[in-house]
Design a protein around this ligand. Structure first.
Ligand SMILES: CC(C)(COP(=O)(O)OP(=O)(O)OC[C@H]1O[C@@H](n2cnc3c(N)ncnc32)[C@H](O)[C@@H]1OP(=O)(O)O)[C@@H](O)C(=O)NCCC(=O)NCCS
Length: 317
């Protein structure tokens, strides 16, 4: 089995090396948009082949634009109905070596259920078995929400907002630290335990900064009545869609429905951005399956639950 990156002229071979023929146009469209966004490159698309036979397996790296380091594996497909473990292990081990060479310390791969564009991840349990066999473990499970269109939610006008530029970085990171206290989000909780609340908030902020956004979208919210800090909103525009990167309420303000006001404000920001850009990007957001208050808030605000996502990662060090 030979694993190699494709040359720019071999994109069709990469597309045809996995998945079903009727999904090829959507995979091509995804590749074109990710190349344009700087999240993927032809030399980050790998195929698995036997000499003299057309490629039968494929996987690619995905990165946040501008980082130059693979962050996730996407478009993984091999012949799931035959000896998939042998080819899959060989393919993943080879691309892990390449990711290591590019400086990646940890790489992730997500599996969405039900299978959907652009990855069409059928054979879910075989995928999980393969990932585990090369060292991946489950990091987080999320419910995925999408804005289905229609009338946006209206806030109760209880909050006033100040942008990141107005409050300064220190106050913003400090609020990220406060709203993360007692969170039901597994990943945020584990990072707080690993790094301590202050450092975890700083790292979260720096990671978020790499995702495209207008600085005026990130805002702290205060009660109109007495000016007390209530929470924050961090809408963002990752390659291909619009999202609520983070929403949170400080512990002493929880249970008063402020999340509804925050969701109304951030949904409005994203819809406004979409109108200005004149594109039809989807509005999507993920929340940990155990974060029941957050999921309930999405539903009250009119967002629709459309999938479950399992996030796996492997330590390459
Ligand atoms: C999730 C969150 C935004 C909800 O905000 P909220 O304004 O308190 O939401 P609600 O007013 O609808 O409260 C829902 C209920 O959950 C409870 N609750 C919410 N988060 C809780 C938490 N982390 N721990 C314990 N109880 C919590 C509230 O007290 C309330 O209980 P009640 O209905 O019995 O009064 C807020 O809890 C939070 O900031 N959590 C930490 C950050 C986070 O997880 N953000 C989402 C990441 S995507």
């Amino acid at each position: 089995m030979h694993i190699r990156p494709i040359s720019p002229g071999e994109l069709d071979q990469f597309v045809a090396a996995g998945g079903s023929p009727e999904h090829r146009e959507e995979v091509r469209w995804y590749l074109r948009s990710m190349f344009a966004a700087g999240s993927m490159r032809p030399e980050w698309c790998f195929v698995a082949e036997e000499v003299g036979v057309r490629p039968l397996g494929r996987v690619a790296f995905w990165a946040l634009p501008g980082t130059g380091k693979p962050f996730a594996l996407v478009l993984l497909d091999i012949p799931w109905d035959s000896e998939y473990m042998g080819m899959g292990t060989c393919l993943l081990e080879a691309v892990h070596d390449e990711a290591r060479r590019l400086g990646t310390k940890e790489i992730e791969h997500v599996i969405d259920n039900p299978p959907m564009r652009p990855q069409f991840q059928y054979h879910q349990e075989k995928r999980v078995a393969l990932l585990q066999s090369v060292g991946f473990s489950l990091k987080r499970e999320t419910d995925r929400f999408e804005w289905p269109g229609g009338k946006p939610p209206v806030g109760a006008d209880r909050l006033s907002f100040r942008t990141l530029e107005e409050v300064g970085e220190e106050a913003f990171v400090d609020t990220m630290k406060r709203v993360s206290e007692g969170t039901f989000d597994r990943q945020i909780r584990e990072e707080r335990e690993r790094l301590g609340p202050q450092e975890a908030a700083r790292e979260f902020f720096e990671d978020a900064r790499r995702v495209e956004h207008d600085p005026s979208w990130w805002r702290l919210a205060y009660s109109r009545q007495d000016g007390d800090l209530v929470g924050l909103v961090m809408p963002a525009a990752p390659p291909g869609f619009l999202t609520l990167f983070y929403v949170g309420v400080v512990p002493e303000m929880r249970g008063r429905g402020y999340v509804d006001d925050l969701l109304a404000a951030s949904t409005a920001t994203l819809l406004d951005a979409r109108t200005k850009d004149r594109d039809e990007k989807a509005l999507r957001a993920d929340t940990d399956v155990t974060n029941v208050p957050m999921a309930a808030a999405f539903e009250r605000a009119g967002w629709a639950r459309f999938a479950k996502r399992r996030e796996f990662s492997v330590d390459l060090e």
